[in-house]
Design a protein around this ligand. Structure first.
Ligand code: ZN
Length: 259
């Protein structure tokens, strides 16, 4: 079984003492590919360095995170755009709207989100959505692009069955992470109602560790706890969870089915 962690900040400070070991622990579990979402210019270089070191296993995205939009994202967006003009990346991300940390710059967040979706469409690339307490706002921006071929991942999806349906209607996959293992979240029931063809797995490490690692730093090797929970709630064998989610991820990021 081959696994893919579609969303992991393995380049972040939290891994500075054991980054190689954390990657090795993932590889031992046959988690062979780790996709790295960008945040902002403070960490772009660390992300690119990790990708350059492990080009078979680590794949960089490029984008501006909604929590880094600030009062005026002009400069950060220009940096992202420059990277895109220089080279190719697997996806635009992570982008979106976060009204948990900050609400007063919603207009700037929407502007950055919209601008980067446009870049993804122009380049025929998928985009990775970060949405926190902002379902309506995210969907309303997506609606502006109706008629354009959208593809991407609704990262760390933790909404209702209705919201899952809407995301799928926009052409998006649902990124399922550690939250599915949290008893109180009720996400497992929602996920069980969604066909596996719309699901990819992610850890979002170092954040959101799955049970039984809650309270610790998350890492890519914990992906299997998420897969096991998914197998338990859907009744699908682990081998099918692996083959489906791996194929979904490969075809999204590279336009090719898995072998
Ligand atoms: Zn993230």
């Amino acid at each position: 079984m081959i696994w893919i962690d579609t969303h992991c900040h393995l380049y972040s400070e939290e891994f500075k003492d054991d980054r190689h070991e954390a990657l090795k622990r993932a590889l031992v579990q046959d988690i062979q590919r780790i996709y790295l979402p960008a945040i902002d210019s403070e960490s772009h270089q660390a992300m690119l360095d990790l990708e350059a070191e492990f080009p078979q296993h680590c794949f960089a995205m490029m984008g501006l995170h909604p929590c880094s939009v600030g009062d005026d994202p002009t400069q950060e967006l220009a940096i992202v755009k420059e990277y895109w003009d220089q080279r190719d990346f697997v996806a635009v991300g992570e982008i979106g709207i976060d009204l948990y940390w900050r609400k007063d710059n919603l207009e700037q967040q929407k502007h950055a989100f919209r601008t980067q979706i446009q870049w993804a469409i122009e380049r025929n690339k998928p985009f990775i959505i970060h949405c926190r307490e902002a379902f309506d706002e995210v969907f309303s921006v997506l609606e502006e692009f109706q008629g354009s071929p959208l593809k991407g991942i609704f990262h760390c999806f933790s909404g209702t069955a209705e919201q899952a349906k809407r995301a799928i209607q926009f052409g998006l996959l649902l990124g399922i992470g550690g939250v599915v293992t949290y008893k109180k979240a009720g996400l497992a029931e929602v996920v069980a109602s969604i066909p596996l063809s719309h699901i990819v797995l992610e850890t979002d490490a170092p954040y959101l560790p799955p049970t039984p690692h809650r309270g610790k730093r998350n890492e890519p090797s914990f992906l299997l706890h998420i897969a096991e929970k998914l197998s338990e709630t859907t009744g699908a064998p682990l081998s099918r969870i692996a083959s489906m989610t791996t194929e979904n991820a490969l075809s999204l990021f590279h336009g090719e089915p898995s072998k």
